[in-house]
Design a protein around this ligand. Structure first.
Ligand code: 8X3
Length: 265
């Protein structure tokens, strides 16, 4: 057994993909999320333990820590975006919720599990932030502010743990297509959510990000990837997104073909 890995936000998207990947890599995975039914699904599929916890609830996070006897890897993944309004018109409630989950939830879980992370041969804290953690864009103010704060938390923690065998890693993904991220941000508007990805040849998948987490975690304990930025090939920067064919594909005879001007279905 590679050790015990706790993954938050584990009921869907990057969190569920990370549970799958770390379980496959031999970890005893503890899957944590608010939505118990979906969490149990992921647990059933992967063999992970499901612990339904709302990370905005201090008592629930304490009970999570009490329920564990080991934690070698913590993946702080729970979070997300709410709303795409400008700073002038954004809902303060949305900002509060984003700070509550992305920043304070990450802080709370990290604090609660640090004693366990410090107790083994070497712990690892991975925090999934975003490219929005170091840049901003119109309509992304609250999410970007929360992700900047999460980035600051991760950077500070690494400084404060210097001299202890605990790695502090940040994985910052760009455009990832998952079932829920854009839908949540756009208040369930499926057409608007689909338009974000329209014509983008291979946005990242949740599995791609999980592979980055597994790579960073799987390196020897003396190797600390401070900050891993991962984007799809089609996205050179937040505002520099290529929409159109890009990736070579195999035709029906198994021969690689250059992308055509027609975007494949
Ligand atoms: C998601 C990336 O571009 O929506 O964290 O901010 S973006």
């Amino acid at each position: 057994m590679a050790g015990t890995a706790v993954v938050t936000g584990a009921s869907s998207g990057i969190g569920a993909a990370t549970v799958r990947r770390l379980a496959k890599d031999g970890y005893d995975v503890v899957a944590v999320a608010r939505r118990a039914d979906r969490l149990r699904e992921v647990a059933r599929e992967t063999g992970a333990r499901a612990l339904p916890v709302d990370i905005t609830d201090a008592g629930a996070v304490r009970r999570l820590a009490d329920a564990l006897d080991a934690c070698d890897v913590l993946v702080n993944n729970a979070g997300g975006a709410l709303g795409a309004e400008s700073v002038a018109t954004a809902s303060v409630d949305d900002w509060e919720r984003m700070f509550s989950v992305n920043v304070l939830g990450t802080l709370r879980v990290t604090q609660a599990l640090l004693p366990l992370l410090r107790q083994g041969a070497g712990g690892t804290v991975v925090t999934i932030t975003s490219t929005a953690a170091f840049t901003t864009y119109e309509g992304g103010g609250g999410y970007s502010a929360a992700k900047h704060a999460e980035h600051a938390l991760s950077e500070t923690l690494r400084l404060e743990l210097c001299g202890e065998p605990v790695r502090v890693i940040e994985v910052a993904p760009g455009m990832v297509k998952t079932d829920e991220f854009a839908l949540n941000r756009l208040r369930g508007d499926a057409a608007k959510a689909a338009a974000l990805y329209e014509g983008v040849d291979h946005p990242l998948t949740a599995d791609d990000v999980a592979a980055c987490v597994a790579l960073a975690v799987g390196l020897p304990q003396h190797v600390n990837i401070d900050h891993l930025v991962v984007r799809p090939l089609a996205q050179a920067a937040q505002h520099r997104l290529h929409r159109g064919p890009l990736i070579h594909r195999k035709n029906e005879h198994g021969i690689e073909e250059r992308p055509t001007r027609e975007f494949p279905a």
